[in-house]
Design a protein around this ligand. Structure first.
Ligand SMILES: C[S@@+](CC[C@H](N)C(=O)[O-])C[C@H]1O[C@@H](n2cnc3c(N)ncnc32)[C@H](O)[C@@H]1O
Length: 304
């Protein structure tokens, strides 16, 4: 099968609800994809293994397209199929589709790549998304005001017997030694606490925000899915880490500075400023003891 290389439905408007400038995060998302690539590839293989040859697969909230590429590769190895990228940020969608199409071409053009610019909270948008055997949605559902409703909408995109796989939760990322020789030891834990505060605020301030006071397994069952289960995958990039990992950690700290500004003590805020200053002796990206360790959970459910 020859890969289709057209995009469609870019004429519709789509927007996000979380106040985050996603377009500005392309470089960071790309770097994170590069760091996660080996683990993500295994996850794609595992999920695509359960889908029949020639399946249509959705990557919803595709970001910079790391998983889209992995899904293209996994389907290519099994004879082909279609990968449809769905996102509300047109610039990210275009960049991710370009990466997915390059991967399809590299693997013999056996996989068609298509895109739908869509806000998952908008019914008209949802109606433009094709039905699929596998729907992957990584770290996007928590950016929607009504997560339970979003799960129901995603479940509605499945053909009978199809699988919804959402990556949400896991363990907070670790990347710094306990004592970095600057400020008070234990900075990582205080950043994690501040991030959790930001997350609550981000959710609470979303217009139309609805609480979902249960775990993802119960929420998937509530969305009408059966056979619900989960697994977690590890991102394990030990020190001394290559430049791309150190840069990803630097990006993370820059992001932390942005979102935890009013939550950190003066001393911790000062430590962060030192760590992200390229002219500073303590510049994080030069440290040989920086690492990246994270666990992400994938929750699965099947349509009847
Ligand atoms: C944290 S990124 C996740 C990217 C990628 N799936 C990953 O796991 O690395 C969230 C993505 O969801 C998209 N997004 C946010 N709100 C959305 C909405 N309402 N509808 C569709 N996509 C949305 C953003 O544009 C961004 O690409």
């Amino acid at each position: 099968m020859a890969a289709q290389t057209h995009s469609h439905t870019h004429s519709g408007s789509a927007h996000t609800h979380d106040g985050i400038d996603w377009m500005a995060r392309l470089a960071q998302l790309r770097r994170a994809d590069e760091v996660d690539a080996p683990a993500i590839r295994e996850v794609a293989e595992r999920l695509v293994d359960r889908t029949p040859p020639g399946s249509t697969v959705l990557d919803v909230g595709s970001g910079a397209g790391g998983m889209s590429v992995a899904l293209v590769e996994a389907l290519s190895r099994r004879g082909g199929g279609t990968v449809v990228l769905v996102d509300a940020t047109a610039e990210l969608l275009d960049a991710a589709a370009a990466a997915a199409r390059a991967a399809a071409a590299e693997h013999g053009d056996r996989v068609a790549v298509d895109t739908v610019l869509a806000d998952l909270a908008d019914e008209a948008s949802l109606a433009r998304i094709p039905k699929a055997r596998l729907v992957w949605a990584s770290h996007v559902v928590h950016h929607l005001p009504d997560q339970q409703q979003t799960l129901a909408s995603l479940a509605g995109l499945l053909v009978a017997g199809g699988c919804l796989a959402i990556a949400e939760g896991g363990l907070p990322m670790r990347c710094l030694p306990w004592d970095i020789g600057l400020g008070e030891p234990g900075l990582q834990d205080r950043l994690t606490t501040a991030q959790s505060f930001w997350f609550n605020k981000m959710r609470a301030e979303m217009p139309g925000s609805v609480v979902m006071p249960v775990g993802w397994n119960l929420a998937l069952a509530e969305a009408g899915l059966v056979g619900v289960n989960s697994f977690s995958y590890l991102i394990d990039r030990p020190a001394p880490a290559p430049e791309v990992v150190r840069d990803a950690v630097l990006n993370w700290l820059q992001w932390m500075q942005q979102i935890t500004e009013d939550q950190l003590s003066e001393s911790d805020a000062d430590t962060v400023r030192h760590l992200i200053d390229p002219a500073d002796a303590g510049y994080l990206a030069n440290r040989q003891d920086v690492f990246l360790l994270a666990a992400h959970t994938v929750h699965l459910g099947w349509s009847r």
